[in-house]
Design a protein around this ligand. Structure first.
Ligand code: CTP
Length: 408
């Protein structure tokens, strides 16, 4: 069962082009089993219609502070809603909304509910670069943080104006990570003493300048583990193959982008000595073409079949397992289609790992690129540990917690 199952969440949406992403955030929350009440500011309705939100949330959407027909009913609602919620998420929060929340202005239903609430509040800003750079925003955000709200950073990228810079609202799955974190049992142990090297995503092994061999990995699991560690204050080195996931940014994070298994291996060896925890989630291509052709391979009519000679790539996990230092902890992943337990245990031994996290194509929800995962974890010292189907973010927390349990 998801940690968000049955949680009462108010999703406040204000008037920004990023409001379209709130629809996806709502969908993710509903998938996790949360009960979501959407509140739109009047400006938000210019961007996304109420019908979209009410259909997905299976509830009417509230917007006006006064209703012409039934003023009393809506006016009473802001207190009731504020007390009802386990969490308020305001995404996107425009400059205008942030300024009003910061100074206690109460001119729409969302602001009124915010002022009545006693639950945690997450604010995901979205605005163009000019507003983002204005000192008033920094001041307002500082105020909101002082009041105990969680104000998320923004992503850098192309903005509605065409300018490039900070101001893009975080992606829905990044906001979901923060939401899940609020509800995770409070884990007071800081991992600030850990330096974690994580490999993630697929590798690409070039055949010629325009083709490569790769696999379906998206990197979601590795990125979720990186975020979970960052939340627990660990230092993280994320060595990532090509993915479409937005690059996380954090003071404690180093991201190394690579394409091939050889490059991933080189980066791993470069950071090996400073890390004490290794979580190898990458789907490394086991083989690569013996040679990368300098020119594009052309099709020949008289040659209906083609042979590309493949040679083995280095086994990065195995290298780490065999070179680990005293006190290091090495975690491998194994995706299996059959004889799962036997193969997982073989990998635990042959790669000298301390833990193998196995998922199987036989598990009912197993699909590449899914937002959820189910695993069985094998170690040398503890009985096997089954983590049932959960969002990858939630599963990441269970895993890093379990790693600490096993290594002590
Ligand atoms: N791995 C690695 N380097 C490789 C291959 C795999 O570091 N060249 C790591 C993966 O990141 C994962 C673990 O090894 O943590 C298991 O990968 P998997 O492909 O399942 O194992 P293989 O040893 O390649 O075995 P097989 O493909 O035969 O199942």
């Amino acid at each position: 069962m998801s940690i968000l199952q049955g949680k009462k969440i108010i999703l406040g949406v204000s008037g920004s082009i990023a409001a379209y992403k709130s629809v996806e955030l709502l969908r993710l929350l509903m998938k996790e089993g949360a009960e979501v009440q959407v509140l739109l500011t009047p400006a938000a309705k210019y961007f996304v219609g109420e019908l979209t939100f009410s259909t997905l949330s299976k509830k009417p959407v509230f917007s006006a502070i006064f209703d012409e027909k039934n003023t009393q009913h809506y006016w009473a609602n802001h207190v009731a809603l504020g007390k009802w919620a386990d969490l308020i998420v305001i995404a996107p929060a425009t400059n205008n909304t942030i300024a009003k929340l910061s100074s206690g202005i109460c001119d729409n239903l969302l602001h009124a509910v915010y002022l009545s609430a006693t639950c945690p509040v997450i604010i995901a800003p979205a605005m163009d670069i000019d507003m983002h750079e204005h000192p008033s925003l920094r001041q307002n955000i500082q105020n909101l943080k002082k009041f105990g709200n969680i104000v998320l950073p923004t992503n850098s990228g192309e903005l509605a104006s065409g300018w490039v810079g900070y101001g893009r609202m975080l992606e829905p799955h990044q906001i979901l990570e923060h939401i899940i974190h609020i509800f995770m049992p409070k884990w007071h142990q800081s991992l600030s003493h850990r330096t974690v090297l994580i490999t993630a995503g697929p590798t690409q092994e070039p055949i010629d300048p325009v083709r490569y061999i790769s696999n379906y990995s998206t990197g979601k699991m590795g990125y979720a583990i990186a975020n979970a560690y960052l939340k627990q204050e660990a230092k993280v080195i994320l060595i990532s193959g090509p993915t479409v996931l937005p690059e996380p940014s954090h003071n404690n994070l180093t991201v190394v982008k690579i394409k091939t298994a050889e490059e991933m291996f080189e980066a791993t060896r470069q950071y090996f000595s400073i890390a004490d925890t290794f979580v190898m989630t990458a789907a490394v291509a086991d083989y690569k073409p013996k040679q990368k052709l300098a020119l594009k391979l052309k099709k020949h009519q008289d040659n209906p079949s083609l042979h590309v000679e493949l040679i083995q790539n280095p086994d990065i996990l195995k290298w780490v397992g065999h070179h680990k230092k005293k006190g290091d902890f090495v975690v491998g992943f194994a995706l299996e289609t059959h004889n799962e337990e036997q193969h997982a245990l073989e990998k635990l031994t042959s790669k000298k790992a301390d833990m193998i996290v196995m998922n199987s194509t036989q598990f009912p929800n197993a699909t590449f690129g899914a937002d959820t995962n189910e695993v069985i974890v094998y170690t040398h010292t503890h009985p096997k540990y089954h983590i049932p189907n959960k969002s990858k973010q939630e599963l990441a927390y269970h895993l890093i917690h379990y790693i600490e349990t096993v290594r002590t």
